[in-house]
Design a protein around this ligand. Structure first.
Ligand code: FAD
Length: 479
């Protein structure tokens, strides 16, 4: 089957009737019509239509090696640098649609699955591992353009370094096996877009200590015993003017509960093998390919933020002030640094022993770890430039009401009418200050892992032996 349309995506998700809970009530009926999900499901559907658009064919799809069908490039496992560059272009097309605020446009998870499929060698000859099943599932997902959510991290119950000494009562674990499959019981921390995708991909958290928590599998989102418990919705329906981003791109985060869920054997990729579970992250291609997707999107998001900052500057005519210029330049420096790191990662990529072209993960780690600090600063810059403009943002209804003409006059920008100025500031507010905007900051800080531990990983990975021996030489010469 070739890539799906938006309509097909919506039809599939509604038909699943996955168990989704919001504010104590189970979501009933078509989830695409529910206030909390309507906007994001429409946007996701528009992304599928974008992928299938004839004018972008060259950049979004490729011919399947097994069926010849046109399938999504986000599933492509690159064999050459040109393939990798094509992947970047495709990712950035998806990202531009939302200004990069949809962290889980379908290409993210498709990349994750493709990266695991490209890593099956790590599972070869390992007890409890089924690389063939992972590969054939990847092919099935690729050919049917499945959508995914995923959950890896365990609940935030006790993060002490000695927590493993205590009996765990929350983490999703394998509690039994039957002829049918493994039985999973417990919880996982988060699945963004939980309940609005075809499938739920579940892998153990990196560094799992207990073999019952070492697993990798994928199950349909409506599998019996799986439930998604939502946080409060940040979606704001109604006026696009009032909530330019939240009305379209609120992705929802869900806690995932497993109540003795049967995972059929054909969907089990690995179980009860701690070494393989860890090696999949450490020696597999999950990290380089996922970081490549993330950095590609974050570049687009930075472009969006730069456009926003510069539009505020022009709207209220503050470009002459030196500190204003340097704040905008901070965003420019961030953008160019991200782009340079991306190019370096691609240029230093190599074909590995399995024939896959893998980007250099070090510059990508640095880009993503850096963005965890840059992004909160960008949102601060938007607030520092916007000042009270971030709060003088009456709603569309105010402009339509009796005081509309006054507002259009008194809230005008240097060269624009009040309504236009407020539209810009509402966008800036929704990007950085609304509940939707605040989540964006938390998301960029944490979704790929704790920034502190990410920087520890870079410290361990970075090869500075030459620099250290240079210093040794210097000292020897001084002697
Ligand atoms: C908006 C959002 C969406 C997300 N979506 C998903 C998703 O779809 N799927 C998914 O699997 N995950 C998702 N995550 C989870 C994400 O992967 C985690 O937030 C991240 O890995 C950090 O883990 P934690 O939140 O449990 O933080 P914790 O590990 O509990 O950290 C809390 C604090 O303690 C410190 N700390 C804890 N342990 C250590 C340690 N060993 N050394 C040093 N400091 C430590 C941290 O630095 C931090 O300050 C999402 C997170 C967010 C915020």
């Amino acid at each position: 089957m070739p890539v799906i349309t938006g309509k097909e995506y919506i039809k599939r998700i509604n038909a699943l009737q996955s168990e989704v809970w919001l504010r104590g009530k189970r979501v009933e009926g078509n989830i695409s019509e529910h206030d909390a999900f309507e906007g994001v499901i429409k946007s996701q559907a528009a992304l599928y239509d974008l992928q299938g658009s004839p004018s972008l064919e060259e950049q979004m799809v490729y011919a399947s090696e097994t069926t010849g069908n046109k399938i999504g490039l986000s599933y492509l496992i690159p064999k050459t640098r040109a393939d990798l560059e094509k992947r970047r272009t495709m990712i950035q097309h998806w990202a531009r649609f939302s200004g990069g605020v949809m962290g889980r446009s379908p290409d993210y998870m498709n990349t994750v699955l493709a990266s695991f499929a490209a890593s099956v060698d790590v599972l070869d000859n390992e007890p409890g591992c089924f690389p063939d099943r992972l590969l054939s599932f990847y092919e099935y997902a690729r050919e049917n353009d499945l959508s995914f959510t995923h959950t890896f991290v365990n609940p935030q119950t006790n993060r002490s370094s000695l927590a493993f000494l205590e009996k765990d009562v929350t983490n999703a674990a394998i509690v039994d096996h039957t002829d049918e499959g493994i039985i999973i019981d417990g919880a996982k921390l988060l699945a963004t877009q939980g309940g609005i995708t075809d499938e739920l991909l579940v892998f153990s958290a990196p560094g799992a200590q207990d073999s019952s928590q070492a697993y990798g599998f994928s199950i349909p989102s409506n599998t019996a015993g799986v439930s998604f418990v939502c946080r409060e919705s940040f979606a704001q329906n109604g006026s696009r003017f009032d909530y330019p981003l939240a009305s379209q791109f609120e992705e929802m985060d869900t806690i995932v509960l497993f109540d003795h869920v049967v995972v059929p054997w054909e969907r089990v990729f690995l179980h009860e093998n701690l070494r393989a579970a860890t090696n999949l992250y450490v020696h597999g291609k999950f990290v380089p390919f996922t970081l490549h997707q993330i950095t590609s999107r974050q570049i687009v998001k930075t472009e969006f933020i730069l456009g926003l900052a510069q539009s505020i500057v022009e709207m209220i005519n503050i470009s002459d002030y030196q500190h204003v210029q340097s704040k905008v330049v901070e965003i420019m420096k961030g953008l160019e640094t991200m782009k340079a790191l991306m190019l370096k990662a691609e240029l230093e990529g190599e074909v590995d022993e399995t024939g896959v072209f893998v980007p250099n993960k070090v510059p990508l780690y640095i880009a993503v770890n850096q963005f965890q600090e840059l992004y909160p600063r960008f949102t601060e810059i938007i607030q520092l430039l916007g000042a009270s403009g971030m709060m003088t943002i009456p709603a569309e209804a105010d402009f339509q009401g009796e005081r509309g003409a006054d507002l259009d006059h008194y809230l005008r920008g240097a060269e624009k009418a009040g309504k236009e100025r407020v539209a810009l500031f509402r966008l800036a507010w929704d990007m950085t200050m609304s509940s939707f905007g605040a989540r964006q900051t938390l998301y960029e800080r944490f979704f790929f892992g704790d920034p502190v531990r990410l920087s520890q990983t870079i410290y361990r990975l970075y090869d500075d032996t030459e620099m250290v021996s240079w210093i040794e030489q210097c000292i020897k010469k001084a002697d």
